[in-house]
Design a protein around this ligand. Structure first.
Ligand SMILES: [Zn+2]
Length: 186
């Protein structure tokens, strides 16, 4: 398959997974508009150039050049990325609003489904979150939220976490009531 169609297919497949997962959490619109900036020239053509079918072309571009213009373009426009919310002059960092936090969970599960195909299982996003994610851009509320969601996913499966009730309750308990959450878990 040539790289143009390879990349187009990967983005489409990924967006489809995100759509299904977000819809299960009641976020139809977030699922529909997810990652649309990947079709803009800055992101799309870099994606084609560094397409490899196994992992994000952004990672490949960074390997070869040290940075990725597609990523800089993408993170500045997509609120489901931690880096969108990061302000180096803010010592605390803001909490990522609910709908984008849930979209980011769906994004990570979908990326795992897209790239791992048949080898995907519900424990994979947890290990990716634990071992391969740069977390210094997150505050402690968000850290605790993702820790809990991906651990629950690993232990209880997709159905357990992919619904509005679970997501709302978890976000409210951890992000909005962080002090009482940490007291309860100590
Ligand atoms: Zn994205």
């Amino acid at each position: 398959m040539n790289k143009f169609f390879g990349h187009l297919w990967t983005v489409t497949k990924h967006r489809h997974h995100v759509f299904v997962l977000c819809t299960r959490c009641g976020l139809f619109w977030r699922g529909l508009v997810h990652d649309l900036s990947k079709f803009l020239p800055t992101e799309f053509f870099e994606g084609v150039k560094y397409f490899n079918g196994h992992y994000s072309p952004i990672i490949e571009c960074r390997k070869q050049n040290g940075y990725s213009l597609a990523w800089l373009h993408h993170k500045g426009r997509n609120k489901h990325h931690f880096e969108y919310w990061y302000d180096d002059q803010n010592p605390e960092q803001v909490d990522i609003p609910y709908k984008y936090a849930v979209e980011s969970v769906c994004d990570r599960i979908a990326a795992s489904m897209t790239y791992q195909g048949k080898n995907f299982d519900h424990t994979k996003p947890y290990y990716y979150w634990k071992d391969k994610t740069t977390k210094d851009v997150l505050n402690k509320h968000m850290m605790a939220f993702y820790d809990k969601v991906f651990a629950d996913l690993k232990d209880n499966g997709l159905k357990y976490i992919l619904n509005k009730k679970y997501m709302k309750a978890t976000y409210t308990a951890i992000v909005e009531n962080y002090e009482s959450y940490t007291q309860a878990t100590q």
